[in-house]
Design a protein around this ligand. Sequence first.
Ligand code: CTP
Length: 243
Amino acid sequence: MDIWPAAIPEPETLFEYILQELACKKDLAGKKVLVTAGPTREAIDPVRYITNHSTGKMGYAIARAAARRGAEVTLVSGPVDLKAPLGVRLVPVISAKDMFDAVTSVSAEQDAIIKAAAVADYRPAVVSSEKVKKKDGEMSIALERTDDILKYLGEHKKENQFLCGFSMETQNMVSNSRAKLEKKNLDMIAANNVKEKGAGFQGDTNVLTLITQEEETSLPLMSKEDAANQLLDKILMLTSNQN
Ligand code: CTP
């Protein structure tokens, strides 16, 4: 009798299964968590777009950590070079409009929404259907605002739903982030200063400050995986206080 599976999973996949099944406490079991990650791309014409430096690493780390801890995770992701974490429902999107549609179609049923994506604030007002040809002299592109997904979620927050935003600043990090917490009706905002060593988009580490109405928790430099778990710990603590 042939009991050997047709394809043996890669060692890292096996390791991930073991971690998921055995090594993690399941303190998010029964919770639905929506995470957004990565940049968005706003088309100028069929060959060009506006985007930013987001790699998606922070959002993917949060989605992975939440899945390991037993949550039912949906990950709405802009274009990134990362594999979907095991056990996570991945919804790939391109533009801010796509992300708005994907997020709002499932947001009502979520216990927690964590918006780590770096969504474009502006998009070209007109998308050319043909490649724009160069001309002599300067050129400019008219931009219009995209919908603020997080603000929309704050305005339509369900009872007992926890809403966490991200804020990336280069100056006045705490006051600017607090302003976003208020304006978007968030329960928490995870702030980082891109100018700080080890923080921001590119690397595998981050330096987060978790800000709520009542408190500020400054986390030291740590891996994005550890930062993800600390962020989830904080959400669990705050939501168990509520209930
Ligand atoms: N966000 C969003 N939809 C947008 C823009 C941002 O949901 N159209 C979310 C991001 O996912 C993130 C948070 O809002 O969680 C960032 O807040 P935002 O005010 O957009 O930050 P910045 O763009 O950095 O703001 P500013 O340019 O004013 O510094």
